[in-house]
Design a binder for this molecule. Structure first.
Ligand SMILES: Cc1cc2nc3c(=O)[nH]c(=O)nc-3n(C[C@H](O)[C@H](O)[C@H](O)COP(=O)(O)OP(=O)(O)OC[C@H]3O[C@@H](n4cnc5c(N)ncnc54)[C@H](O)[C@@H]3O)c2cc1C
Length: 306
């Protein structure tokens, strides 16, 4: 089921047709408050009232025309201005391919640098998502280059990739901001752990490696991008054993997933941030959300048939 859904996520024929269907638009509402940024910002305000921060991402990836990237960058600058105006504790998270990475790396760099400057004016971080493994090395090299000029950059790393332990060690000297996720794409066994047990074990080991670096004095911002509460609690236990508090890391979850846990963890003293996606190009992203939990397909069918 997971492989089929991830194949559907990459299929351009389906991507062009499925989102036009009313029932698909209805089902996706579980994971996004609306297609427009206003809905996302309004939802972020609701979370803020409950002490939960936010992250914003406009869906869309692998652009085919560079002028689309210019428009995306201008859009995010506007969103950042809105965050300041509304006094929202919100940050922006982008995919490099959404800023033109496949087409013109220098222009992408210019866009990312512009967004980082605007975020810095507000004392905030610009986050860079991690895409499929073909982009891993390019994204990390891009991060290193950008971080040399703009310290307020965060990067997402994926625990299912075998290379990530080395990538964390590589980035530690840069005083990085790292969001660790399990990984959402279909990756082969020679470069990725493929069983839940192995991915979870690596997630814990990588989290502990980052905590140990923090304990040793490396300035590092750690984001646990997972809904796996058992794993978060295990990381918290390691933090305590190292003499660190539960605020030595931040929990980041997606809008619409385990909302009850987001509130519970926040009330229990964890720092929590919810990632709110919006935009019209939601199809591949939505299919990856379905792939993460096949029960979501049943949920979607129930939405469709009332
Ligand atoms: C803030 C954030 C940013 C992310 N950014 C990236 C990125 O840049 N690149 C990338 O590859 N991946 C990214 N991801 C996705 C990530 O890689 C996982 O695919 C996703 O988080 C599901 O794995 P999990 O860690 O929640 O653990 P799982 O073991 O998959 O899930 C743990 C539990 O959480 C619940 N759950 C998890 N997913 C769902 C779902 N879709 N629907 C309903 N319940 C669910 C279930 O109860 C499940 O038992 C991001 C995730 C988050 C939270």
């Amino acid at each position: 089921m997971r492989s089929l859904l991830l194949w559907m996520a990459r299929n351009t024929w389906l991507r062009d047709r499925l989102p036009r269907l009313w029932f698909a638009r209805r089902a996706v509402r579980r994971f996004m408050p609306g297609e427009d940024p206003e809905s996302a910002l309004a939802a972020g305000m609701q979370f803020q009232v409950a002490g939960i921060g936010s992250l914003y991402t406009r869906l869309g990836e692998n652009l085919t025309r560079i002028d689309e990237a210019d428009a995306v960058a201008a859009h995010y600058l506007g969103v950042m201005d809105q965050l300041r105006e509304r006094r929202l504790d919100g940050e922006v998270s982008v995919k490099l391919t959404q800023l033109g990475f496949d087409l013109d790396i220098e222009r992408t760099f210019g866009h990312a640098a512009g967004l980082a400057s605007r975020a810095a004016e507000q004392g905030k971080t610009l986050w860079v998502d991690m895409e499929g493994s073909a982009y891993a090395e390019g994204t990390i090299a891009f991060y290193e280059r950008l971080k040399a000029v703009h310290p307020n950059i965060g990067i997402c790393l994926q625990a299912y990739l075998r290379r990530t332990a080395a990538d964390i060690q590589r980035l530690l000297p840069l005083q990085p901001e790292i969001r660790l996720v399990k990984g959402a794409y279909a990756e082969p066994a020679d470069i990725a752990y493929t069983t839940r047990h192995d991915v979870d074990a690596n997630y814990l080991a990588l989290s502990v490696a980052m905590l140990e670096a923090a304990r040793a004095g490396t300035p590092i911002r750690i984001g646990l991008g997972t809904h796996d509460v058992r794993l978060i609690e295990q990381v918290a236990e390691h933090a305590t054993a190292l003499g660190l508090s539960r605020t030595s890391f931040e929990v980041q979850m997606l809008y619409g997933i385990r909302t009850d846990q987001q509130h519970r963890l926040s009330a229990a003293g964890y720092r929590v941030r919810t990632l709110i996606a919006y935009g019209e190009a939601w199809y591949p992203w939505y299919m990856r959300r379905l792939a993460e939990r096949p029960a979501n397909v049943l949920f979607a069918l129930r939405q469709i048939f009332g």
